[in-house]
Design a protein around this ligand. Structure first.
Ligand SMILES: [Zn+2]
Length: 256
């Protein structure tokens, strides 16, 4: 049992304030941060990490995202639909039997409804909070995105999903955030931070993203990721790094 190949599926962009990307950073200056999904070919079948932005937003942004369509305007085209990205690889949603959620924010759950046959792995703390979030953190949770009849399997803490595929509990951005450590058959390691680190700068400067449910837990999780990076030698892929597509090719090419 192992992970054989890894693909990054393009999912559009968000115009993000620098102060959201880096705690305390350049308030008022914005940058385009990519949204992407990760597809893993494993010996147990296809596994997807997150489902991207809601493709309804291409034609009807306010219907898809409400006030966030203007507050954090996405740049999205029809090809950024997770179903289209799978099709480019000769796959259909039914080929994906498992989806891992870093967390349940809107830009990570927009395609959930296309995978009614799959099992979604999410931290119990995240699942609970998403249904009844604190009022001032409710905006990024869009219930019609994640409460759409899909089957969730709740996990707690650090979990080995299969040999070579590990979930690392990294709360702070949200109460039940998790990151994903992948070890390929040849030993190469990749660390998908999710929103525990939006950019490489978060790790390099040891500054968490500005959007934090708990600043202290966010800092602890960032330090945990740096420790895992240093001990494992993993290549780190943050969630919304403006330089992502200069570092890695998008699908249909594999990055590993
Ligand atoms: Zn988020």
């Amino acid at each position: 049992m192992s992970v054989r190949r890894v693909y990054l599926l393009e999912g559009g962009y968000l115009r993000l304030n620098r102060s959201i990307m880096i705690a305390g950073g350049d308030y008022g200056r914005t940058e385009l941060g990519p949204v992407y999904m990760v597809l893993l070919e494993t010996s147990e079948g296809w596994v997807l990490i997150d489902t991207g932005l809601n493709p309804l937003g291409v034609s009807a942004p306010e219907k898809a995202w409400g006030p966030r369509a203007k507050a954090v305007p996405p740049t999205l085209c029809a090809e950024d639909d997770v179903r289209y990205r799978l099709k480019q690889l000769g796959l259909v949603p039914e080929d994906v039997h498992r989806v891992i959620h870093t967390h349940l924010h809107w830009d990570h759950t927009g395609g959930n409804r296309f995978f009614p046959h799959a099992t979604f792995l999410v931290q119990k703390a995240e699942y609970r909070f998403a249904f009844w979030p604190d009022r001032h953190f409710a905006g990024p949770y869009m219930r019609d995105h994640f409460d759409c009849g899909v089957k969730y399997e709740l996990v707690e803490g650090d979990v080995e999903v299969m040999p070579g595929l590990y979930l690392l509990f990294t709360p702070g951005h949200t109460p039940g955030h998790q990151s994903v450590l992948v070890t390929l058959a040849g030993g190469r390691r990749l660390l998908f931070t999710g929103d525990a680190a939006y950019t490489m700068e978060n790790l390099e400067r040891t500054l968490p993203p500005g959007h934090l449910w708990s600043p202290s837990r966010g800092m602890e999780s960032l330090l945990k990721l740096k420790t895992v990076q240093s001990l494992s030698g993993a290549l780190v892929l943050p969630s919304h790094d403006p330089d992502l597509w200069t570092r890695f090719p998008p699908s249909p090419r594999a990055i590993a």
